[in-house]
Design a protein around this ligand. Structure first.
Ligand code: PLP
Length: 440
């Protein structure tokens, strides 16, 4: 695999960028080697600077749900560009996107746009505290809610990939109101609720996607909703990853629960920086200028990002690709499982809608602890083989693969061949390693 130009850029990038990247997972640390630099993308594919072509299952970690540079989306962006980039005043586009988003979530009367998922979540936390007058937050280990101080503990993929327990530079005071519970473990939530009377909110990824894809049990979700309702604690569902991914709207609707506050990002910007938090009127009226909770942003709701978001969601609604997503995810799951079986590699596959994850372990993955039983060395081998065979995967065992509606039958065939060859290589390397160990 030719990566000369990527290597050259990687070295050059080290001078003025931190590790030549602007987000740590992009540095390929856990899979070794040099990260590929992308030149351009179209439809289901990305092309790197050395001319290698890949079927893209990263999709910028989720936003590019229609694939890259969909004609209608590109047209809308170009049209918006001609009118100016940002005004520090409202535009009709913000109202349009707000309507599309609120209509798609039953529990959302109003929404506030921000510039990232991180910002959506940190604002939602502030709002929950403002509304309840309480300070403590319960989060689940393995769930990621952006890099805001208060939630950067037990925070899933990015940190797990780098084997970090948390982040340096986060003062104890910043996390002293953060309580950690275990995913799919209601008792761990109850204990906190019994021990503290000043809990503002429980925050949860309704489908965990940042320790790999992990589904909640029905019982866990419904009891969590009940317990929070009964105790006046707000339930914040972080749908930055899951929003508009498994249905037009939230995973919460599919799962049969309703959030008090919902956080969004990724897909709603279609590739531009957009985040959002929304709730019913009673809660959102706390937010300035209607209420006393302050939150602002120079570029929030900027017209280019709004144009991209509107066009993406409109096209998504028109295509309604969700059945296809599910079918394709099941196809890929079958490919993974049958080739793992064929070569004797222990693999579990979790998926939900268009999110899918193979875990290199023989244990069911139901929480962060079981996710960590994975053999990351096997993933490393698998990852680079997939790249060699033209499939771009997130460079981490703990990141979900995403499917776009641009994925074609021939792409699936290529993915199948890539999986088969890559799994064979994983098995081969495992045997070599075992033989070495036997020699010792
Ligand atoms: C990606 C993600 C975030 C953070 O969003 P950014 O736009 O990267 O700040 C927050 N929560 C979840 C569930 C995410 O997947």
């Amino acid at each position: 695999m030719k990566l000369e130009k990527s290597i050259e850029l990687y070295n050059k990038g080290q001078h003025n960028l931190v590790g030549a990247v602007n987000s740590p997972v992009r540095a390929f640390k856990s899979v070794g080697g040099v990260p590929v630099f992308i030149d351009h993308a179209k439809g289901s594919k990305v092309f790197d600077v050395d001319g290698n072509e890949y079927i893209d299952l990263v999709l910028s970690y989720g936003p590019m749900i229609l694939g890259h540079r969909h004609n209608k989306v590109e047209k809308s962006i170009k049209k918006a560009l001609k009118k100016g980039y940002t005004f520090g005043a409202s535009t009709n586009k913000e109202i349009k996107l707000a309507k599309i988003v609120c209509d798609a979530f039953p529990g959302m009367d109003k929404v506030r746009f921000v510039n990232s998922g991180t910002e959506a979540v940190l604002s939602a936390i502030r709002l929950a505290r403002a509304y309840t007058g309480h300070n403590k937050i319960i989060k689940f280990s393995g769930c990621y809610h952006g890099h805001t101080d208060a939630l950067l503990v037990a925070a899933g993929s990015g940190l797990a990939t780098l084997s970090l327990p948390g982040s340096k530079g986060v003062p104890d005071e910043a996390v002293k109101n953060t309580l950690i519970a275990e995913f799919n473990n209601l008792e761990s939530v109850r204990q906190h609720i019994n021990a503290h009377d000043d809990i503002a909110a429980v925050i949860l990824e309704p489908i965990a996607g940042n320790m790999g894809v992990v589904q909640p049990t029905k019982e866990f979700l419904h009891q969590l909703r009940k317990i929070t309702q009964d105790t006046g604690i707000l339930l914040i569902l972080d749908e930055v990853m899951t929003g508009f991914r498994s249905k037009f709207g939230g995973a919460q609707e599919l799962l049969g629960i309703e959030a008090d506050i919902t956080c969004l990002g990724k897909v709603i910007g279609g590739g531009f920086p957009v985040g959002a938090y929304g709730a019913r009127n009673e809660i959102m009226s706390m937010v300035a200028p209607l209420g006393g909770m302050y939150q602002a942003g120079t570029l929030s709701g900027n017209p280019i990002a709004m144009a991209c978001g509107i066009a993406t969601l409109k096209e998504l609604k028109r295509q309604n690709p969700y059945k296809k997503f599910n079918k394709n995810a099941i196809k890929i799951k079958k490919m993974l499982i049958s080739s793992a079986k064929k070569y004797g590699v222990p693999v579990q596959v979790n998926h939900f809608g268009s999110m899918i994850n193979p875990f290199f372990t023989d244990k069911d993955v139901t929480d962060f602890k079981s996710a960590q039983t994975c053999d990351t060395e096997s993933f490393k081998v698998f990852f680079w083989q997939m790249m060699e065979h033209g499939v771009f995967l997130p460079p981490s065992q703990f990141e979900a693969w995403f499917l776009s509606s641009a994925l074609r039958k021939r792409d699936l065939r290529k993915i199948e061949e890539a999986i088969d060859s890559s799994m064979a290589k994983v098995a081969e390397k495992k045997i070599i390693k075992q033989n070495h160990q036997n020699d010792d």
